[in-house]
Design a protein around this ligand. Structure first.
Ligand SMILES: [Ca+2]
Length: 205
């Protein structure tokens, strides 16, 4: 049963990041990133990720940790859910999620506009038409390439039109809260994986 108990070495589903330990959980770069230990989706005593700029700058963060790197397709991740809140000052936020690599990065077209209350937003990984390639188009790299060999996830304020990643998104002074990032498997996809793990565990005996 060791396979089932092993720590995650790559993208897996289901997966939940709830920011419960007061660390940034690998999110960094871009704006100022911190992890308040209260005020998340769960209210008092529930942590979240705070992304902020103190002057007009890129409002975003990225994660290159092992939980976000790997093959989203093989892991059966079809949906990503996350909770956002327009914490502190009220800004016109337009928050997008991006997945892939520096050389092949895709941005989810729908911009999320959080309010002061925490709200859940959904990202669909199954329909390429819902995404825009912001790096790697001239190299002929595809959405499938990005999902199957991702090494990062980005969350950033980025109103359309979407500039190439090298240009960076719009500048803004503001803050956004992120919490409860979840990778949701396609219905039924988890069972074959568990079955495979059991078969492999038996072979090891
Ligand atoms: Ca939380």
């Amino acid at each position: 049963m060791s396979l089932l108990c092993a720590p995650a070495l790559a993208v897996s589903s289901p997966f939940t990041e709830d920011f419960t330990d007061g660390t940034n959980r690998g999110w960094g770069g871009g704006a100022f990133v911190s992890s308040p230990v209260t005020g998340g989706v769960g209210g008092a005593g529930d942590g979240f990720l705070r992304i902020a700029t103190e002057e007009d700058a890129f409002l975003g963060s990225r994660n290159r940790g092992i939980e976000y790197a790997g093959d989203y397709i093989a892991a059966g991740v079809t949906t990503i859910k996350l909770w956002l809140a327009d914490i502190e000052g009220d800004q016109e936020l337009d928050v997008h999620l991006a997945i892939g690599r520096r050389t092949n990065l895709w941005l989810f077209n729908e911009g999320f506009a959080p309010t002061a209350e925490w709200s859940e937003f959904t990202v669909d990984l199954t329909d390429k038409s819902l995404w825009t390639q912001i790096a790697g188009g001239d190299a002929g790299l595809t959405f499938t390439d990005a999902l199957s060999s991702a090494d990062r996830m980005l969350i950033r304020h980025d109103p359309a039109p979407f500039a190439p990643v090298a240009m960076g998104p719009d500048l803004i002074t503001g803050e956004v809260g992120v919490d409860r990032i979840q990778f949701i498997p396609a219905p039924g996809s988890a069972l074959p994986l568990i079955g495979l793990a059991l078969v492999l565990a038996r072979r090891r005996k």
